[in-house]
Design a protein around this ligand. Structure first.
Ligand SMILES: *Cc1c(COP(=O)(O)O)cnc(C)c1O
Ligand code: SF4
Length: 348
């Protein structure tokens, strides 16, 4: 259990020695635009003496967030165009996002929903939730519901149970997926009653957002184990971030730590064009080089799919390195050697 309260203002960050006093005025300007939140569990992971600390970089606001480029957008992946009712994003035929709350335990500086999330943003009202559930009920092609937000696990176990009970009664719906950062941000909140609220008649998966192996503290590992032991498989999604995890060793250590926790790495997201996040983004070419580095050096269990959410609402596409040559069917192996497929026939 980590004692203390979350840090929510630049002054609190300065007092906790996570930000410099001479930056206070500028950081207040950042905080007026984008929510700030650092839980005790996350504050404990930060090495304040390291100006390049990969945990601080994800959560401590930065003056560069005030600079927004023309290619950036408050709705970088085009969710709004695919929202038939409040709280639902229906982009792919067989699955929808159900956005229950707009609050999170921590506020990531690179968040693609940074203009929508925050502690004062509320969430779906009771009437809104009823309408969203009606939409799912009346749309038979919906096979999977993805609970997201904000962080859906910010809801009380009792409210979560109400939602999963409603979903359990929908015949055509077979799978519930929960996207969360809470096991890392506030592991003590992954209680027995919370896990029980997710266990139900539908196949349920948790997808954990984690970007650096140090986020998998003892507490986070215990929280993850609670899900897995309860029969809820856990997958991960990470964001490729400059100065946080953009080298092969750091990425490989993260993927190994996840697999050691029985978590299957699922996605490595190319960072979205969220406003004020240019200093945290890499190029796609860098990402592909990193993925090539992972492949062959680390177990197949440690390989996430590198994906880009195409701006404008076109969905996600895998953008990993291509091992096929375009002209003929030549496959490149992980050492860069080329092989014809099918192999040239031996002389008979
Ligand atoms: C990312 C996303 C999903 C889930 O996509 P998967 O590839 O199934 O993980 C579903 N709907 C929307 C709108 C999304 O952005
Ligand atoms: S936890 Fe997720 S939704 Fe919340 S700020 Fe971080 S990236 Fe955004």
């Amino acid at each position: 259990m980590t004692a203390g309260h979350p840090l929510r203002t630049p002054s609190e960050l300065v007092d906790a020695q996570l930000a410099r006093h001479d930056r206070l005025a500028a950081l207040k300007e950042v905080a007026a635009r984008y929510a700030v939140g650092i839980t005790p569990a996350i504050a404990n992971l930060i090495d304040a003496s390291d100006p390049h600390d990969p945990i601080a970089r994800q959560f401590v606001p930065d003056l560069r967030e005030l600079d927004s480029g023309p290619e950036e957008s408050g709705d970088p992946i085009g969710d709004e165009a695919h929202s038939p009712v409040e709280g639902i994003v229906h982009r792919y035929p067989d699955r929808v996002l159900l956005k229950l709350v707009n609050a999170c335990a921590v506020y990531c500086r690179f968040c693609f929903r940074r203009e929508m999330v925050g502690p004062g943003r509320g969430g779906l009202s009771r009437a809104g939730l009823a309408a969203a559930l009606d939409y799912i009920r009346s749309t038979p092609q919906i096979w999977e519901v993805i609970l997201t937000g904000g962080d859906p696990l910010m809801l009380s176990p009792r409210r979560l149970k109400e939602v999963t009970t409603e979903l359990a009664a929908i015949d055509h719906l077979k799978v519930i997926r929960v996207h969360t950062r809470l096991p890392v941000a506030a592991p003590e909140q992954i209680s027995t009653s919370l896990v029980r609220a997710l266990r139900g008649s539908k196949a349920t998966f948790v997808v954990l957002h984690v970007n650096h192996s140090r986020e998998l503290s003892e507490g986070a590992r215990t929280a993850v184990a609670r899900f897995v032991d309860a029969g809820i498989p856990v997958l991960s999604q990470s964001v490729l971030l400059r100065g946080v995890n953009d080298d092969v060793e750091t990425l490989g250590a993260l993927m190994r730590a996840l697999v050691e926790c029985r978590v299957k790495p699922y996605y490595l997201h190319h960072a979205d064009l969220a406003p004020g996040t240019a200093h945290l983004r890499t190029s796609i070419a860098d990402g592909q080089r990193l993925l090539r580095g992972l492949h062959g050096r680390y177990s197949g269990l440690c390989q996430p799919a590198y994906v880009l959410d195409i701006p404008g609402g076109y969905g996600k596409s895998p953008i990993g390195p291509n091992y096929l040559s375009a002209d003929r069917t030549i496959v490149e192996d992980f050492k860069g050697r080329r092989h014809a497929y099918p192999p040239s026939r031996p002389a008979d």
